[in-house]
Design a protein around this ligand. Structure first.
Ligand code: HEC
Length: 91
């Protein structure tokens, strides 16, 4: 019984993360981001971004500059997407 509960919790977590990343990708493609960026801009060796918090702060600053009007949870989702596909930061 305990095992099936753990499996259900894991599935919930995975699908939740998947939803965040999917939403984030959509926000990225619909937002101003590609007006100034290429995908090659993200997660390069030159990047000063070493922590997820820094990535979120950068996305926040950029979406303000680009006038995207994102909410905090949208900034979070977008950062999750960039992290999953490009940065791969642990924390
Ligand atoms: C008006 C132009 C502009 C727009 C629009 C813009 N950015 Fe940026 N972005 C910049 C500039 C300039 C930098 C800084 C480059 C540097 O100093 O390394 C930057 C840096 C970044 C970085 C850090 C890159 C790295 O690893 O060093 C991320 C991540 C980023 N932007 C995400 C976004 C996202 C997501 C959006 C859309 C919501 C966006 N940007 C929209 C201009 C823009």
């Amino acid at each position: 019984m305990l095992h099936s509960k753990i499996i259900i919790l894991m599935l919930l977590f995975v699908s939740f993360t998947y939803a965040e990343v999917t939403k984030g990708k959509q926000l990225f493609n619909e937002g101003s981001c590609l007006e100034c960026h290429n995908h090659e801009d993200f997660g390069t060796k030159k990047s000063k971004i070493k922590m997820f918090k820094q990535l979120e702060a950068r996305v926040q600053a950029c979406q303000l500059a680009g006038n995207d009007g994102l909410f905090d949870d949208e900034v979070h989702d977008l950062s999750k997407y960039l992290n999953k596909d490009f940065y791969k930061l642990k924390k």
